[in-house]
Write a protein that binds this ligand. Structure first.
Ligand code: FMN
Length: 339
């Protein structure tokens, strides 16, 4: 069954992690270990993604590409302006002036879709909602298996109706952005295995469970709940091959951090991160991805360069304390005990 969904020897996938952590080296290592690699198409140019696809094709028998569905959230102009003001003292710490104009882009959506239609890959996954049903059917016609990331049984039904072949069921313990279709609706607390069960009662599609994996037992629980595979993100963040910034890698191993929080302070969309000063100081940040993402980006880049974990988006799932350093193949081997 697992082979039919992901075509990998192990029922384990490396979740896509845009913004640095997912690298070609990580994807290759994961594939070498028998797990299924996803490339992260988000934030990068279509040309850069094309190059990664080209390189991975010769190294992995099967793999997936993940894209962000463009956001339709409109940031409230007054709330945005107030947030620019609120962040001015944070920016002053690095002698930065933040751009007060909300920037909304579509992450080169059309070019990335064209790339995947011209040069089809085995699996395409989406997060942040559903693309047009026509995009799903074109990708399927091109020969790709199309996966939608969902966070509730209701979203699962919508994805099934739109023609998705399979689902990635993301529990709210997951690190990084919630895939929720509606950023106004924070994910309800539920661990991934019961969420997988709820989704399987609502739809008739194969699923991959993801979120909060901290070891082989968590993989086993997700598979026992009925998922065909489990996808792991945070457990790979500190590995040698991950392109996680050194400041982020260091924070993940720093015992001064004691919990994760769901915050929209960094990007305007709920995301799980290590609780730091920035997340605490801006609990009431407005909703508005990608405008807030672009607003805070120079600040976050400066924080990473300065080695300042207090102002960096330290994405982490609830299992972060178990994330090991060392080769990614060792992490996959360790997790395999649960497969
Ligand atoms: C640093 C980071 C970046 C992420 N980027 C993406 C992404 O580009 N696309 C996506 O669908 N999910 C993204 N996610 C979510 C993961 O795909 C996955 O759902 C999550 O890592 C699973 O939970 P875990 O981190 O507890 O293993 C990201 C997660 C992290 C930690």
């Amino acid at each position: 069954m697992t082979e039919s969904l992901l075509d990998s020897p192990l029922p384990i996938a490396a979740a896509p992690m845009a913004g640095g952590p997912t690298t070609l080296a990580l994807a290759r290592a994961v594939a070498d270990a028998g797990a299924f690699p996803f490339l992260a198409g988000g934030y990068k140019t279509a040309a850069a993604l094309a190059e990664e696809v080209h390189q991975l094709r010769s190294a992995a028998s099967s793999f997936g590409v993940n894209l962000f569905v463009p956001s339709t959230d409109v940031v409230n102009a007054a709330a945005f302006a107030a947030y620019v003001d609120e962040l001015s003292s944070e920016a002053a710490a690095y002698e930065l002036d933040l751009d007060p104009t909300p920037l909304v882009d579509d992450d080169q959506w059309d070019a990335k879709l064209d790339l995947l239609l011209d040069d089809p890959v085995p699996v395409v996954s989406f997060t942040f909602g559903l693309p047009e049903a026509s995009a799903i059917s074109s990708l399927k016609k091109a020969g790709s298996r199309v996966l939608a990331t969902v966070t509730t049984p209701q979203e699962a039904v919508q994805a099934q109706d739109a023609g998705a072949d399979a689902l990635i069921v993301q529990g709210p313990d997951a690190g990084g952005h919630s895939a929720t279709f509606d950023p106004e609706r924070p994910p309800k607390p539920v661990s991934t295995p019961p969420l997988v069960r709820q989704v399987l009662r609502a739809v008739d599609l194969p699923v991959i469970g993801t979120g909060g994996i901290d070891g082989p037992d968590a993989i086993r629980d997700i598979l026992t709940a009925g998922a065909q595979a489990a996808a792991v993100g945070t457990m790979l963040l500190r590995t040698d091959e991950a392109g996680t910034s050194p400041t982020h890698k260091h924070a993940l191993g720093d015992r001064a951090f004691t919990e994760t929080v769901l915050t929209r302070a960094f990007t305007g969309r709920p995301a799980r991160a290590l609780r730091n000063g920035f997340a605490d100081r801006h609990r009431d940040a407005p909703i508005g991805y990608p405008a807030i993402h672009h607003l805070t980006r120079p600040l976050r880049q400066a924080a990473a360069a300065a080695g300042d974990p207090d102002r960096l988006h330290l994405w982490a799932g609830t299992g972060w304390q178990a994330a090991p350093t060392g080769p990614a193949t060792d992490v996959i081997r360790h997790l395999t005990e649960g497969a």
